[in-house]
Each structure stands twice: as C-alpha cells, then as structure tokens.
Design a protein around this ligand. Sequence first.
Ligand code: CMP
Length: 276
Amino acid sequence: MESPTLPSPPASSPDTSVLVAQLTDSHLFADADSKLLGMNTADSLQRVIDRLLTEQPRIDLMLATGDLSQDGTIESYQRFLNMTARIPAPARWLPGNHDEYLAMNQFSAGTDRLKPVVDVGGWRIILLNTAVPGNVYGFLAEDQLRLLQNALQQAPQRPSLICLHHHPVSIGCAWMEPIGLRNAAEIFAVTDRYPQVRGILWGHVHQEFDQMRNGVRLLATPSTCVQFMPGSEDFQADKEAPGYRWLRLYAEGRLETGVSRVADIDFEIDYSCEGY
Ligand SMILES: Nc1ncnc2c1ncn2[C@@H]1O[C@@H]2COP(=O)(O)O[C@H]2[C@H]1O
C-alpha cells in the first residue's frame, strides 16, 4: 500500500540574530607576568576567553571597549591580539584612558580593527573615542559627535548600539563621578533624536551596570581583570571575578544581554601594586 503523503514540516524561521562578545579593561602589560592590584591581567584575560569560547558556540563580532593595555606598549597590543585570535570573529577596538591611541593605531595599520562603524546582522555598531590624552576622564570631541550623528542618520532602519570607554551616567560610585564622560549631555542630545538607538555600552567602571534611559539600554561590563566595588564612596577594589558580556542582537531591534564571570580564580587584592 502506498504510504500517505506527509505534510512538509513548517519552514524553520531563519536565525535573524547575531552574538556580540564584549571584552573590556584587560589592562595588559608588555611583561606577561605583570599584575594589577594583585591580579595577573594576562592570566585573567586567558580565563575569560576560555569561558567565552566554552559558552558561546557562535560569535559574530568581538568588541574591546578600551584599556586593552595598561602601559600603552606595542607589545601589550600584540599580546591582546595574540590572545584574542582564538575568538573566531572579526574584532573592533576602541581606546580607553590607559591606551596609547597612536600605538594602537600604528599597530592596527592596514586592518579594520579601529574602524568606528560596523554593520553586523541587522544592526549598526558605532565605536567612539572618548579618551583624552593624559587624563583619566573622558570627553567626546566634536569629530566624534559628528561621526555618531552621521552614522545614525545614514542608517535609520538599523537598530544601533553605541560603544565607548567612559560612563555617560552616574554608576553610583562617588569616586568615579569625576572620571566619567564629562560631556555626556552631548551624546544624549544626539541619541535622543534617533529612535533606532537601542543600547549604549561601555567599560572603565570594572563592574556590571544595566539601566534604561529613554528606551535605551545603558550597559557597563566587568573588567577581564580586577573589579571595583559597586556603590563605593572612595576607590575600592572588589573580589568579584573577571568576566565578559554577551549581547544577542535581533534584526527587529530586540537586545538580550548578560554577563558571565570565570568561576575558578583566586587572588588577593594588593593595593601596593605598582602602576595603580
Ligand atoms: N588607589 C587609588 N585611588 C584612587 N584612584 C585610583 C587608585 N588606583 C587607581 N586609581 C584610578 O582609578 C581609575 C579607574 O579607572 P582606570 O582603570 O581607567 O584608572 C584608574 C586609576 O586612574
């Protein structure tokens, strides 16, 4: 007997999302044995990358949001590149206050690594330089604000994520108030005019932060090395573990995100540590 014709299975919906991984504030040195507040920063970055690769079967883009280096040396950028080469995805870097932009730029010549706009899946990612040479605080120069405005104006149909190093809002640590983005009102004056902006993402604060402002997700991420204590009045390190942030970006504009920290790192915070 002839078997009945089976109905064809429903077409599976295409995967319209991309996975972005953020690594921030790795503070690498020319010397692989150097420590920050008692933590070997190359070792902790290695463990964070191990975890990232275990947890994320597909990564579409890796973002490094500043302070890749503690000493601004070419050797430290080479180390960051060598270590992150295990991540099978294109990468974009932006500078933080500890980075030497000229060294980063020279090191990245001929690559797309420092290009400030990248489209991935249905999204547009815009990376801004908030570093002010010789200072810990951040500021968005006129050219960066113009770049932001143009990148948003040119792709109104693309949900957008803006990345920078310095925090544009208070994160609740009094000692970090003066070292954030000094002209944050100017970035919000732009983003408030473009409804496709879905997120603003930064580093610098070495702790997790997740709030909404005018429909925009404001996100900060733990460092891949030592952490700072949330809610602290004065400088205070935290014993929380290093980590990374993943962001799943859906073409229709939805953003899912979370932080993952390494589980097996043991260290003593050493405030006498050189360089900090
Ligand atoms: N013991 C300390 N007291 C006050 N500030 C510090 C101390 N150690 C480091 N910092 C600063 O705190 C900043 C936090 O962000 P950065 O890692 O960019 O750079 C850090 C240093 O400039």
